[in-house]
Design a protein around this ligand. Structure first.
Ligand SMILES: [Fe+2]
Ligand SMILES: [Fe+2]
Length: 300
């Protein structure tokens, strides 16, 4: 029986394509771009110069034992963090050993570590409230979005600092370990008492305001000459919509400090509320029924 042989013409390009190594992941060609997205997922509100300069470290006094637990935990964590990283304030170089002087590099290292931790609570709280909402067939009253937005904002802080320094292997291990421990611990604590957790974040953010204030003071006092003419990364300029002439490192620290102060206010407020029934006042949208009339509140 005669077999007919069909000859298939194959072009050189087809052969090359067939034998080319397969990529580990495939990326659609439209994704190949060096252009960063222009619009953030959560657009940052524009802060005026007066607003960011007006931020000062503040403290909410404890009012009950739950507040005491939250503040005590934050103080303990801060003490441990300062001990491990050898942090000392640059209150004057006379009594400060060279090893503990906060240089530009040490500040950035501290910021990167702290911001990698700071991005956890909002995401955990948002996730747990989301899960509760769907398993209990209940509305969330607008909390989730604010919490996720906070996590996004903290991640933008981190990504901004990563434009100024790249963490080494040791830092990566520290961040990995801290994330495991903090994610587990905070998730458990949030399931037990979300109220204490919001208070804890409120006090943690108070510490963040203190940290950025100290860094700004170091810059003003001439301890950080490398930052005096340093410009903020372009992603930061876009995210905070920093105006022309206010795009230096000092302005960047002022913007971030204002965010931390906002996180403190938001979390202390959330810590005051009934976690199950109260709406999130920061997500409330007011819709006027008629000009001059009473306002009805539309909440998520
Ligand atoms: Fe932050
Ligand atoms: Fe924060």
């Amino acid at each position: 029986m005669a077999h007919s042989i069909t000859r298939i013409r194959v072009s050189q390009a087809q052969v090359l394509r067939a034998y080319a190594p397969k990529p580990v992941i495939s990326v659609p060609s439209r994704c190949h771009t060096t252009e960063a997205p222009r619009k953030a997922s959560w657009t940052h509100p524009i802060h005026t110069t007066e607003q960011i300069l007006a931020i000062k470290p503040s403290h909410r006094q404890t009012k009950n034992w739950q507040d005491g637990v939250a503040l005590g935990t934050v103080r303990f964590l801060r003490w441990g963090m300062d001990l491990v990283t050898g942090y000392r304030a640059n209150s004057g170089h006379k009594n400060t050993s060279l090893r503990s002087i906060m240089t530009e590099e040490k500040w950035i290292t501290r910021f990167i570590f702290l911001e990698s931790v700071a991005g956890v609570p909002g995401m955990v709280a948002g996730m747990l409230r989301h899960l509760k909402s769907i398993r209990a067939f209940r509305r969330d009253h607008g909390w989730i979005e604010t919490l996720l937005e906070e996590a996004y904002n903290e991640r933008m802080h981190l990504l901004t600092f990563l434009k100024l320094a790249q963490p080494g292997p040791m830092m990566r291990i520290m961040v990995l370990g801290a994330q495991w421990i903090f994610f587990g611990g905070f998730s458990f604590a949030y399931l037990v008492s979300p109220q204490i957790c919001h208070r804890f974040v409120g006090y943690l953010e108070e510490e963040a305001v203190i940290t950025y204030t100290k860094a700004i003071n170091d810059l003003d006092n001439g301890y950080l000459p490398g930052w005096e003419k340093l410009q903020a990364p372009s992603m930061a300029v876009r995210y905070w919509q920093m105006p022309e002439g206010q795009r230096c490192m000092r302005s960047l620290l002022l913007y971030i400090r204002a965010d931390e102060a906002n996180h403190a206010d938001v979390n202390h407020t959330l810590g005051n509320l009934n976690q199950n029934t109260d709406p999130n006042p920061f997500a409330a949208r007011f819709k006027l029924k008629d000009p001059g009339g009473s306002a009805s509140v539309v909440r998520n």
